[in-house]
Every structure is written in structure tokens, then in C-alpha cells.
Design a protein around this ligand. Structure first.
Ligand code: ATP
Ligand code: PRP
Ligand code: MG
Length: 299
């Protein structure tokens, strides 16, 4: 079993957030052995235990201080916060980092044949959702008197099943809505995964460990977005070439042996280099243009 001195992190056991959350923990140097069906996984190189649970449980585990940290979608976090506030339960947490995965939106969608003319078309209607508190908040903000019908799964079939007139569910590509003959009408919440901490202060050693993890997370996120770019450029066009390279205020410019007119340029770019830019560089006489991924970064 885990002891109290080990940092406890809640992660979704199996679902949309699991792989990316575990990959992020591994990328920041935490060695993990995750075995199927086990609720707890111990790190082999850090005083850290993972609790592998349903995502619905993660906000409550953090807010009750059962775990120190958690990875959760903002949609689920906000919903649980509203639910717990309504029930006068602890609902505090610290948002440490917004992450670059789990991107989706919570939207109201209606059957294709529904004559939707704006939010007032929902008055007196039943809307099926797994997020009744977020939906009720939207109704209130828009002065719409409608009914949220709670369903924990298969929300998109509710209108066909005659259970509701519309739905309010998560959308990413829109393929699920399309496959069910539904039309997205209102985005009520935009979400990404977040890394959260319990609001109560932690023992110094645990907090110190978290404080080393956060810059590493920043490094991983930055590295993912950045590229290392190398190319050979004609000296005469150096300024034009630099203007084309994103983030190249201070590029490394190196001489090439045996070629007085050409230099090698190395630059860490905060964004990817598009084909169009590479073609412009080539047109300026640049050669050997390489765009490489960066694994880790500390600036
Ligand atoms: N299509 C999607 N694209 C990107 N992120 C999504 C998508 N659907 C959901 N998410 C995000 O991932 C979270 C978990 O989604 P998932 O569908 O795995 O949850 P679940 O079915 O409730 O799983 P669990 O069994 O853990 O309760 C959502 O709360 C949301 O933040
Ligand atoms: O707009 P799309 O790209 O189609 O994504 C939306 C779907 O993704 C999520 O479900 P998921 O696939 O995670 O399965 P689940 O319903 O079992 O949670 C969500 O609940 C939607 O049903
Ligand atoms: Mg869930």
C-alpha cells in the first residue's frame, strides 16, 4: 500500500485522458509500471503513486484531499465543482497547468429536423446530458426555461429513443453527432485537460517534489510545440531568411568551410515550419532545410 509521504496522483484508468496523462508523467521522468486491473501504480524512481480511477471521481478525490494531484478534463472539473457547491461540499482546488490534450467542447445539439432558431427554441424542451449543472447554468444565463435530463451514457441516442428533444454532450470532430443525425447549435463550454492540486497546503517535501515537476511539464509542452530548424542560407539574404523563420531573433549563424557566400543557420522555433515557408526559403537560395522535433527543453 501507499504511505502518506508519497505523492498521490489520480489519473483516468481507461479513456480519452489516460494515455496522454501517463505519457506526460513518463516524459517528465517518472518511471511507472502500470499493470492492468490494478487501482494503484507505484513509481519505481520517485515517491509517487498513481491512483487509476474513473474520470468522474477525480475532482472529488482532489477536493476531498484523498489525492494530492489529478489530471482531469475542465468540463468534468467544472461540473463537479458546481455539483459540490450546490451540496455544500468542499469544492476547492488549485489549477496548476492547462495541458495540450483532451481538447473538446460541450455543445447543445438538436435532431436535423428540429427547426432551431436560437436558444429560445429550447424553451419547454428536454435536453439529455451527463453535465446537468453546466447545462442548467447555461439555461439560467440565457433565461431559458428548459429541463436537463441526466444520462450517464449514450446521450446521443436520447432524441431517437424519445427520451429528450435535444442533447448536450462533448464534441470533438463532430463525427458522433453526424452519425446520429444531430446538428450542433450552441457551444456552452470549451475544455482541455488540466493538472490540479488539492487546495490545502501539503507537507514541504511533497510540495518541493511538485515544484520540480511543474517546470518539467512546461518543458515537455514547450518542446512539443517547438522545432529545431537547420538550413544553409546565402549570406546576402540573411535578413530576409531570418524574417521568414519564426522566433529567430537570435539564431546561431555559423560559417561553412570552403564556402564564403553561405552560412548555416540553427534556430529553435516556437512553432512548426510550414511547407509554404520552406518553399519561400528555397526560393531565396536556402538549401538543406531540416525541421527536427525537440524532445525536452529548459529555457
Ligand atoms: N472526443 C473527445 N476528444 C477529446 N477529448 C475528449 C473527447 N471526449 C471526451 N474528452 C475529454 O476526455 C474526458 C474523458 O472522456 P471519456 O470519454 O474517456 O470519459 P468517460 O467515458 O466518462 O470515462 P470513465 O470511464 O473514466 O468515466 C472528458 O471528460 C473530456 O474532458
Ligand atoms: O465529436 P467526436 O469526435 O465524435 O467525439 C465526441 C464523442 O467522444 C466522446 O466519447 P468517447 O468516444 O470517448 O466514448 P464514450 O462515449 O464511451 O465516453 C464523447 O462523449 C462523444 O460521444
Ligand atoms: Mg466518466
Amino acid at each position: 500500500m501507499s504511505d502518506n509521504n508519497r505523492l498521490r496522483i489520480a489519473v483516468q484508468k481507461s479513456g480519452r485522458l489516460s494515455d496522454d496523462s501517463i505519457a506526460l508523467l513518463k516524459a517528465i521522468g517518472i518511471k511507472l509500471q502500470i499493470r492492468d486491473r490494478l487501482l494503484i501504480a507505484h513509481s519505481t524512481n520517485q515517491p509517487i503513486d498513481l491512483l487509476l480511477v474513473r474520470d468522474d471521481d477525480i475532482p472529488g478525490l482532489v477536493m476531498d484531499g484523498v489525492v494530492d494531484l489529478g489530471f482531469i478534463g475542465e468540463n468534468e472539473l467544472e461540473e463537479k465543482m458546481l455539483e459540490r457547491q450546490a451540496a455544500n461540499k468542499a469544492s476547492g482546488y488549485k489549477a496548476l497547468r492547462r495541458l495540450d490534450y483532451g481538447g473538446c467542447r460541450l455543445s447543445i445539439a438538436v435532431p436535423n429536423e428540429f427547426d432551431y432558431q436560437g436558444v429560445q427554441s429550447l424553451v419547454g424542451k428536454k435536453v439529455a446530458t451527463t453535465y446537468p449543472f453546466l447545462l442548467e447554468r447555461f439555461f439560467k444565463q440565457n433565461n431559458v426555461s428548459a429541463q436537463a435530463v441526466m444520462l450517464t451514457g449514450s446521450v446521443e441516442v436520447a432524441p431517437r429513443a424519445g427520451v429528450a428533444d435535444a442533447i448536450c454532450d462533448l464534441v470533438s470532430t463532430g463525427a458522433t453527432l453526424e452519425a446520429n443525425g444531430l446538428q450542433e447549435e450552441e457551444v456552452i463550454f470549451r475544455s482541455k485537460a488540466v493538472f490540479i492540486q488539492r487546495s490545502e497546503a501539503l507537507p514541504a517535501a511533497k510540495q518541493a517534489l511538485i515544484d520540480t515537476l511543474l517546470p518539467r511539464i512546461d518543458g515537455v509542452i514547450q518542446a512539443k510545440e517547438s522545432k529545431y530548424i537547420m538550413l544553409h542560407a546565402p549570406k546576402a539574404y540573411l535578413d530576409q531568411v531570418k524574417a521568414l523563420l519564426p522566433g529567430s531573433e537570435t539564431p546561431t549563424v555559423l560559417p561553412l568551410s570552403g564556402d564564403e557566400d553561405t552560412v548555416a543557420i540553427h534556430v529553435v522555433s516556437p512553432e512548426n515550419l510550414f511547407w509554404e515557408t520552406m518553399e519561400k526559403l528555397k526560393a531565396l537560395g536556402c538549401r538543406s532545410i531540416l525541421v527536427m522535433p525537440i524532445e525536452k527543453m529548459m529555457v
